[in-house]
Ligand binder design. Structure first.
Ligand code: MEV
Length: 368
């Protein structure tokens, strides 16, 4: 029996970091996907994980997984449950036994998340799981959320609690309640990878389109604006968990100042969602709204700089886009990763602009 599930990456239009502290963020899914194929096996007694894009392969005997995690039962739970620190230590034992390359050690938590989701949802059934992704890892485009969502979806599709009809070429659409379950499990995986995520990344990856997210609650945003965003990857790697922890530490040191900054970010997110939901009456109205969104992006970026999550590589991209009077901001955790630049929707202008930016900025910016 085999099933394939895919989930999209995301960009955060406004409100990253603030959202971790209960303020509003606005996020959109993007057309880049992570795909998970899951094949249950009766010919082997192993659980195999193949992470194609990062060149990592793991294989555990079912007996060994049972031995290390036996105290938890099988499957551990039919409802999404958090992985305790104690259990993460057990999962680390299973990963350490697989001669994990030193240079990729930062990705180990993704393998713990796999083992937790796998054994919690499917128990100890032998299988081969293959993951392929179009998303750059750790670049702010939600690669870990797309991984957790597509993995949870594939596992739930073959679990006793959901049992999807996967007969149509292995693809199936989840009903709303099933999607909510996928989202909850994916959030548990995200917690293993990021420590204290807000849940915005897994929610937009599960439900797609544009969403508003505040204090764990998602609202769909019915966007009426044809937005065009240029995504520039600085290719500077960073650690979301550390950046989120640094912002929290700054908040404890300067509670009043940080509260004002986070409130200002929330006002930006609220205005973003109002503008993109408004109906454009003509081109003039549309470009006036694009101008407003550009200003909001500039203000959001300034506030992100003030809470310590920008980076020289991000500022470099901003300098270039400013030359062309374009607004940019970092997206996701910052500290490197990707930068969004709002492009005017008028087609001819956009094409010329893309060429211009590419020609003049290519010397120091790498485009993906
Ligand atoms: C990461 O894509 C967004 C952050 O706000 C973290 C989170 O919301 O979990 C930085």
């Amino acid at each position: 029996m085999e099933v394939t599930a895919r989930a999209p990456g995301k960009i955060i239009l406004a409100g990253e970091h603030a959202v971790v502290h209960g303020y509003t963020a606005v996020a959109s899914s993007i057309d880049l996907y992570t795909v998970v194929s899951l094949r249950l096996r009766s010919d082997e007694d192993t659980v195999k994980l193949k992470l194609n894009d990062i060149g990592l392969d793991f294989s555990w005997s079912v007996g060994r997984i049972k031995e290390v995690l036996s105290h938890l039962g099988s499957p551990f739970s039919s409802t999404p449950t958090s992985c305790s620190l104690e259990t993460i230590k057990s999962l680390a034992t299973l990963v350490d036994e697989q001669s994990f390359p030193e240079t990729k050690i930062g990705l180990a938590s993704g393998v713990y998340a796999f083992l937790w989701l796998y054994t919690s949802i499917l128990g100890f059934k032998p299988a081969t799981v293959t993951v392929s992704s179009e998303l750059p890892v750790g670049a702010g485009l939600g690669s870990s959320a797309a991984y957790c969502v597509s993995l949870s979806a594939a596992l739930l599709a073959l679990s006793d609690s959901v049992k999807l009809d996967v007969s149509q070429k292995g693809w199936s659409t989840f009903k709303e309640t099933e999607a909510e379950l996928v989202n909850k499990w994916a959030f548990e995986g995200e917690k293993i990878i990021h420590g204290r995520p807000s849940g915005v990344d897994n929610s937009v990856s599960t439900f797609g389109n544009v969403i508003k997210f505040k204090s764990g609650v998602m609202t769909r945003v019915d966007s009426n604006m044809p937005l065009k965003m240029l995504i520039t990857n600085t290719k500077v790697g960073r650690d979301t968990k550390a950046l989120v922890a640094n912002v929290s530490a700054r908040k404890s040191r300067h509670p009043d100042a940080m509260c004002s900054v986070l409130n200002a970010i929330e006002a930006i997110s609220d205005e973003w969602s109002t503008i993109i939901q408004s109906h454009a009456v003509d081109d003039l109205y549309l470009s006036a709204n694009e101008e407003k969104l550009g200003e909001l992006m500039e203000m959001n970026q300034g506030l992100l700089l003030s809470i310590g999550v920008s980076h020289a590589s991000i500022e470099n991209v901003l300098q270039t886009s400013m030359k062309y009077k374009l607004a940019s901001k970092l997206t996701g955790a910052g500290g490197g990763g990707c930068v969004l630049t709002l492009l005017p929707t008028r087609i001819l202008f956009t094409v010329l602009l893309n060429l211009f930016i590419y020609a003049s900025a290519n010397s120091f910016i790498t485009y993906d």
